[in-house]
Design a protein around this ligand. Sequence first.
Ligand SMILES: Cc1cc2nc3c(=O)[nH]c(=O)nc-3n(C[C@H](O)[C@H](O)[C@H](O)COP(=O)(O)OP(=O)(O)OC[C@H]3O[C@@H](n4cnc5c(N)ncnc54)[C@H](O)[C@@H]3O)c2cc1C
Length: 465
Amino acid sequence: MDLAPLISELASIENSTAPEVLAEFGKDWSGTMESRASLVVFPRSTQEVSAVLRACHARGVAVVPSGGRTGLSGGAIAAHGEVVLSLTKMNQVRHFDPQGMTVAVESGMVTEALHQYLEPHGLVWPVDFASKGSSTVGGNIATNAGGVNVIYRGSTRNWVLGLTVVLMNGEVLKLNGALEKNNTGLDLKHLFIGSEGTLGVVTEAILKCASIIPENKRQVGLASFESFESLLEFFRTLRQTAGLELYAFECLTNQCLREVERLGVRSPLQNPGEIIGLFEFAIPFVDGSPDEEAFFEKLASVPGAEDIVLAQSPREKKEFWAVRERVAESVLLDSYVHQQDLSVPVENLLAYVKAIEKKYQESFSEFEVFIFGHIGDGNLHIFIRKPAGWTAERFETFCVESDRMLFEETAKYGGSVSAEHGIGIHKKPALAYSRTPEEIRIFRDLKRVFDPKNLLNPGKIFDLV
Ligand SMILES: Cc1cc2nc3c(=O)[nH]c(=O)nc-3n(C[C@H](O)[C@H](O)[C@H](O)COP(=O)(O)OP(=O)(O)OC[C@H]3O[C@@H](n4cnc5c(N)ncnc54)[C@H](O)[C@@H]3O)c2cc1C
């Protein structure tokens, strides 16, 4: 298609067709597909976004909304000559209400920049994970991102009050404003949260903030377990009977720990068992109350753990977290890795892990399988490393098979084939493992309501057939 008339119409809005810009902005961090973007536009206001979408709509040109491009599912990839609508120049705070603890921001604001803005006020937008230095608020909303504190704070959805959304025909919707309570019918903003840019482009958001939990009210522990079963017993007891308020509960296998140690990260556990748990919790006292010793004794008596070490300083807290947070990086180091992120209800975790471990041993014994994740949310990351001597093609063929096994087991245990990155392009064939035909039909019906010409991020999540 000749884009010259469109480019001419959009001349007042920053845009580029430079090959390096097209290459960069038309793909995400999965790096699995090359960009075939035809134009990248950088609007600076909701009005400009509306003008771009209206112009593309009139000409039948498809558009891919784009944030920090940190997703790994291909949601932000422009694979078919689409126009990329980058929100990165819309990155300002529009309004801050310290009394209501809300902040209105443009959707291209980087997640960590928002944290930095709120910190001096003692507040945080509690969406926090490793890619926060590049991901944007709009991308977080479009993927309903979670993070390390989901067990305590929930996902992005819990922290969004209002949205400004532009539909493909250029229409602007203002949804809910800053209202915490609004019982006047359907709360339409929720349709856009997690819709991966397929229904509308989020340009502004009014977000709820939480108080920062002071460092001296948080404690971090690492514990060693002989089995996944013991880890889950420990987790259950911590939550149900030890009365601890958990901020995070994470795990990694001993195999993952050995990888992390390749990066020079040291675990304080003397003889780590098969599984390592990391837990962060609210200290039920502040520095040196008389209850401190009794509390530690109580913690040590919680069944399941072979060994528990609590951080003795803020620096140690960070070091303990590094043991968990650097797993992905360490497994990826010098390796060709196939990765999945999945979730099942916590009560099914044990049976699920046993089932998939058995299947990997039976049918894919050549693979090195690394399991780690956010146990408190039932969310596991599964990384598989290409065996030495295998070609990438042979490995990928086997991964298709092993993914099928994984998705079948995930469905069997009531789980989701994507717990974090969305469906995008890459997980489209897996959607039916987690969603019923009736749900997918309604997805398509909704798509036709908001984008009847199928021009906004077409072919992402599902095809409109
Ligand atoms: C190292 C690493 C760790 C990660 N950890 C986590 C984690 O713990 N939890 C988690 O949930 N995710 C995680 N992710 C995935 C990713 O960072 C999140 O999905 C993030 O929310 C994506 O934000 P983004 O701005 O980069 O969006 P992009 O990747 O640019 O886009 C993601 C999707 O959102 C759409 N989109 C982007 N902006 C808008 C907008 N303004 N309006 C409408 N649609 C839009 C895009 O079209 C695309 O479909 C991780 C990724 C990496 C690389």
